[in-house]
Design a protein around this ligand. Structure first.
Ligand code: AOS
Ligand code: ZN
Ligand code: ZN
Length: 393
């Protein structure tokens, strides 16, 4: 692609202006691996300060107006008050993530635990998370279960599926209005022999059983190496069962690195499927979230970078010459079809994105503007003893 014609330019700018990317509260806290959590300066000490950081990302990017919470990492007495604070800061509270993986009781699983008392406790937490959603006005309950087994014979695979289905049903039945249940899958970890929701097929089957308001979350870091993630995207979109993304990048496992850093081409291919299915607009109901931890890099800046990476991949996907692609596909012209896609991918969209930000009244270079703003220096002076994100301790 040599030059972007004015009509395409307008169409792409309008679509990018409408795009929404949700950032995770835990990206702003200290995090690390099981080897070491590196403390950083200026890190939030409570959920309010995480909201302030998320609002800062939105202020400089213009497309990140919601922040996801993780309960109980983001425990407060009054969620309506936190939602009010978010509004004052110019953003809203988004997805509520349940946490049934950090309690001794869950050693053998949470909702799939062989002990009914532990299952009741885990289900109780899921229901509490819906109470939080009622208070915050959040639409989505996101469920990821660390449940699984380490050894063959440790527990009945089939009975664990029954227990999972029962817990999901109870959570689903608690939802009201426009609330949704989003089920996330992950190949392995922390269980190594068997995971109870290991793949999109399992998540899809459970969501199908539950009903319309149950949908699948694709975390880009949760697959075996070489998995064709865009196929999963296309399949779930066609089935009306794609609810959300947890974007991040991986080299080896669930690395939670910045989205678009390890394999920007994969991100483009995913966004291409989204654009082709006309599923980018927020009204289409797909939540584009980040699920990342910034262990060694400055956090707010890294989240800004991540939002820009998603925007860049989206801009390229929006530039695909669809009539030319369709013509080549119908003619069986393999090389031309591939060339059309690669032309879009190889376009430098940074000038277009600068233009977008100027139109939106933002600084064309959000990272530079953030660094100049003095925000990090200010919060470093104000916040002493920042909170750990809760992950990777
Ligand atoms: C865990 O691997 C999942 O990605 C979940 O989305 C989890 O809730 C999130 O990463 C926070 O730890
Ligand atoms: Zn995730
Ligand atoms: Zn993960």
């Amino acid at each position: 692609m040599t030059e972007i014609d004015p009509t395409t330019r307008r169409r792409v700018l309008d679509a990018l202006r409408e795009q929404r990317i949700e950032t995770p509260s835990w990206a702003y806290g200290n995090s690390g691996t099981r080897f070491k959590v590196f403390a950083q300066e200026g890190v939030p000490r409570d959920p309010y300060e995480k909201v302030a950081d998320a609002a800062t990302v939105h202020r400089f990017t213009g497309v990140a107006p919601t922040v996801a919470l993780h309960i109980p990492w983001d425990l407060v007495d009054d969620y309506a008050a936190l939602a009010g604070y978010a509004k004052e800061q110019g953003i809203e509270l988004g997805t509520i993530n349940a946490n049934v993986f950090q309690d001794d009781d869950y050693k053998l699983g949470s909702v799939t635990n062989p002990d009914p008392a532990v299952r009741r406790k885990a289900i109780g937490h899921l229901l509490e998370c819906v109470d939080v959603m009622d208070a915050t006005g959040s639409r989505d309950l996101k469920l990821w279960f660390s449940d699984g087994t380490n050894y063959p014979g440790q527990d009945s695979i089939r009975q664990r599926q029954d227990r999972l289905a029962e817990a999901l049903r109870q959570a689903y039945e608690r939802l009201t209005g426009r609330q949704r249940l989003l089920l996330e899958y992950k190949l392995f970890e922390p269980a190594f022999y068997l995971t109870d929701v290991p793949d999109w097929g399992t998540a899809y089957a459970h969501c199908l059983e539950l009903g319309e308001r149950a949908q699948v979350v694709i975390d880009t870091g949760h697959h075996a190496p070489g998995t064709n993630i865009e196929f999963i995207v296309a399949f779930l979109l066609r089935a009306g069962k794609l609810g959300a993304f947890d974007f991040n990048s991986r080299f080896y496992a669930d690395d939670d690195l910045m989205v678009g850093s390890a394999d920007p081409f994969q991100l483009f291919r995913i966004m291409h499927e989204i654009v082709q299915a006309d599923a980018l607009r927020p009204s289409q109901g797909i939540a584009f979230m980040l699920d990342q931890c910034h262990n060694i890099e400055p956090k707010v800046q890294a989240v800004i970078r991540s939002v820009l990476n998603v925007q860049e991949a989206t801009a390229k996907a929006l530039l695909v010459d669809v009539p030319a692609l369709t013509a080549a596909q119908r003619a069986g012209d393999v090389l031309e079809a591939n060339a059309v896609l690669m032309d879009a991918y190889n376009t430098d969209v940074r000038p277009l994105l600068r233009e977008l930000r100027e139109e939106m009244g933002l600084d064309p270079d959000p990272v530079a503007a953030y660094k100049r703003s003095g925000y990090l220096e200010r919060v470093t002076a104000e916040r002493v003893g920042g909170q750990q994100a809760g992950w990777g301790a």
